[in-house]
Each structure stands twice: as structure tokens, then as C-alpha cells.
Design a binder for this molecule. Structure first.
Ligand code: SF4
Ligand code: FES
Length: 387
């Protein structure tokens, strides 16, 4: 693994400030092995990393987790990022921030808020989040956010339990005062992979959702912007995951490991460097993990000789690993992959069993806790009652 002669600057950084979280969503993007609080970077180190990020050319920083509000120094961290000249986006569950703290964040320079929403009503949303009262608190948080004049985006992870409620989800986001809603299908690595049987929608539902989405976009034009991340398993070609490995973005974990994507630690054999050992600039250019799948030299057929390799970069390394056992392989979502039949088989497995149990990640960030309600009890009425 040698560093390419020319590596362009990244645009964005995801700062996973902590893996602690009051919620326990079954599709959480955090790793199965969560970083402990005692291992988290301290305030001064994060602020130094923000300065290094700006010097490297990064323009925006996503402050995420877990729940970033679990960090008592969140206001200092936002102030540090703003002082460095970064556009600051807080990705939050909305739990743990009261009026005074949110106002302090705005004062410190917070530019934008993304609020995760788990459903259209309290019973279904709280069941997925694994916390009673969470949806009510999110609604109050959204009201505080817009009252402060902060732009609000609502994030929704789509799955079998809420896909038929697209219209209600968009209406909920409008009611909350969001200018944008991101509807992204669950990704099946980590926690999502554990819960895939309970989360993955069937092909007919995905096709119907696409039609609904087109109608909703036309009907809500001027009121809200709808972003949609389609599900991988029903596509012809894979997504250009992270816009190319080591091309545009990086993640920093709570204990300071720098990753090319949030799931990179699932790939065995990669060597990750930490911000305690090296500057962000040195890591971005020279870390073995970043150089492992940069450019095209690592590609195998059919990607190596494919005209689309400059468009999708061979898809997702983590998905290639999860479904074929080798991260270098063509993402099997691609119809040209020799492993594609496995994806089709997964996508078309009849989903008649609605009593599957979803396992939520632990709210304490230590171990998995089973959600013991049958799936049907965790679905919104709109989904549960559809034919
Ligand atoms: Fe993309 Fe590789 Fe499939 Fe070509 S073969 S479309 S580069 S994933
Ligand atoms: Fe790791 Fe796609 S999530 S490369």
C-alpha cells in the first residue's frame, strides 16, 4: 500500500464524539463494539483535531455519536469547531438538550441541526427508539431549534416497519418545522445486519415507495426538500459509497481512530492511525487504511475493466466484505458481480414472518439488549394495517 502521488483534500468530517446514547435503535450505525466513555478524546484534543481539519481543507463537520449531547463539553466543542472556521452540523436524537443548552450551542456558532425521528407517532417511534417518551421530547426539541432560528433537517431511517408511512413521515417533518427531510434506507452492516430479517422491506414495497416519493416531492415542493437514499439490495448498480474511499470524507471515532467510513473497522487487517499519534493531515495522506482502497489499483474484475468504476468506485467495501467475505470484491449489489445472486436471494426472500424480534443496541453503550416485542407491535398502524 503506497500513498498515491496526489491526494485531494477532504470536504467533510464526521466527529463521533461519543458512542453513549439514550436510544437503542436496531439499525444504529455505531460499531457492535462500542467505545467506552473512559476512552473518549478530551476537549482539548477534539479542538486541536478541528483546527487540523480546517487546515487540511475540510469545510464542514458533523458532530455526531451516539448522542453528542452526552458530552458535557458539547458547547466548548462547537465553539472550537466554529473558531476553526468549520460549518458545524449537530446530528442528534434531541434527547439531552434543553432550551438553555441549545441556546448556548447557537451562541457558540452552531450552524445546523439534524434530528433523528423514528416514526410518525409516539407508540411506534418510541418502540423503535427503545425509549418511552422520546418522540414527545423530539417534538419539543424541534420547536426549540426552530425558535432559535437554527435550520432543521429531519433524518429518518427507512425499513419494513415504516416504509408505507412515507407520506405521514414527511408531514411530521413539515409539522416539526424542518426545511429538509432525509429518508435513508437502513444499511445492513453492524446492528443493521443483525436485524436485517426484521428490517429489510420486500421488493414490491420498495417500488411502491418510489412512486409515493415522486408524488410527495411534487406535492410538497417549496415546503420541504426530500432527500432519498434508496435501498442497496434492489438496485442494479451500487452506491458510490462515501463518494470513494479516502476521496472526500473521514470519520473520527470517540477514541480518536480515523476511518475512511463509519463501518471500516469491520474490515479485518486494516491499520488505522489515531489523532493521538499523528496529525489529521498525515493520517489522511499516509494512513494504510486510507490508502488500502484509494484509486483503482486494488480493484479486481469486473470493476477493474468496467466503465462505471469512476462513477461508483466499485460500490461499498464494507458491504463487499459482509456479503462476499472479501472487501476487495465488487460490491455484490452490482448486477455484474459474480456474487450478485446472493443479493437477489436476500432481496426476494419472502417476508411473511412479522414476529421477528429486533435487537436494539444498548442505551448504555456496552452490550446488546433484546427488544422483546414482536415486530408487528413495533410497527406504525399505517404499516401494520396495510394489506
Ligand atoms: Fe461499478 Fe464495479 Fe459494477 Fe462496474 S463492475 S458497475 S465499477 S461495481
Ligand atoms: Fe464502508 Fe461503504 S460503509 S465503504
Amino acid at each position: 500500500m503506497t500513498a498515491p502521488a496526489q491526494v485531494s483534500a477532504p470536504l467533510a468530517m464526521l466527529a463521533e464524539l461519543t458512542h453513549r446514547c439514550p436510544l437503542a435503535c436496531p439499525y444504529c450505525s455505531n460499531p457492535l463494539q462500542l467505545d467506552r466513555r473512559s476512552d473518549e478524546l478530551d476537549t482539548a484534543t477534539w479542538v486541536r483535531v478541528f483546527q487540523e481539519a480546517a487546515a487540511l481543507g475540510i469545510l464542514q463537520i458533523h458532530l455526531s455519536g451516539g448522542e453528542p449531547a452526552a458530552r458535557r463539553d458539547l458547547v466548548e466543542l462547537v465553539a472550537g469547531a466554529a473558531r476553526a472556521g468549520l460549518y458545524t452540523n449537530l446530528i442528534t436524537s434531541g434527547i439531552g438538550l434543553d432550551q438553555a443548552r441549545l441556546a448556548a450551542l447557537a451562541e457558540a456558532g452552531l450552524d445546523h441541526v439534524q434530528l433523528s425521528v423514528q416514526g410518525i407517532d409516539e407508540p411506534s417511534a418510541d418502540a423503535v427508539a427503545g425509549l418511552a417518551g422520546s418522540h414527545r421530547r423530539k417534538r419539543a426539541f424541534a420547536a426549540m431549534t426552530t425558535a432559535l432560528g437554527l435550520p432543521l433537517t429531519v433524518n429518518v431511517v427507512l425499513h419494513r416497519g415504516n416504509l408505507a408511512a412515507l407520506e405521514a413521515l414527511v408531514e411530521e417533518a413539515i409539522t416539526l418545522g424542518a426545511r429538509r427531510i432525509e429518508l435513508a434506507h437502513a444499511q445492513y452492516y453492524g446492528w443493521g445486519l443483525i436485524n436485517r430479517d426484521a428490517l429489510m422491506p420486500d421488493r414490491a414495497s420498495v417500488i411502491a415507495a418510489r412512486t409515493t416519493l415522486d408524488r410527495l416531492r411534487a406535492a410538497t415542493q417549496g415546503r420541504i426538500v426530500i432527500d432519498y437514499v434508496p435501498p442497496d439490495h434492489f438496485a442494479l448498480y451500487p452506491k458510490p459509497c462515501v463518494n470513494g474511499w479516502g476521496q472526500q470524507s473521514l470519520n473520527v471515532t470517540p477514541r480518536g481512530r480515523v476511518l475512511p467510513c463509519h463501518a471500516a473497522e469491520t474490515i479485518p487487517g486494516l491499520e488505522f492511525w489515531t489523532v493521538a499519534e499523528h496529525s489529521l493531515d498525515v493520517i489522511w495522506r499516509n494512513s494504510p487504511a486510507f490508502n488500502a482502497y484509494r484509486g483503482e489499483d486494488w480493484m479486481v474484475e469486473p470493476c477493474r475493466s468496467c466503465a462505471r468504476k469512476a462513477i461508483d468506485f466499485g460500490g461499498c467495501r464494507c458491504q463487499a466484505l459482509a456479503l462476499t467475505g472479501d472487501a476487495r470484491n465488487t460490491d455484490p449489489v452490482c448486477t455484474l458481480s459474480p456474487h450478485h445472486l446472493r443479493v437477489e436471494a436476500l432481496a426476494d426472500t419472502p417476508l411473511t414472518n412479522t414476529t421477528l424480534v429486533m435487537r436494539g443496541r444498548s442505551a448504555q453503550g456496552v452490550e446488546a439488549l433484546p427488544h422483546d416485542e414482536p415486530l408487528a407491535d413495533r410497527m406504525s398502524p399505517a404499516c401494520r394495517d396495510r394489506p
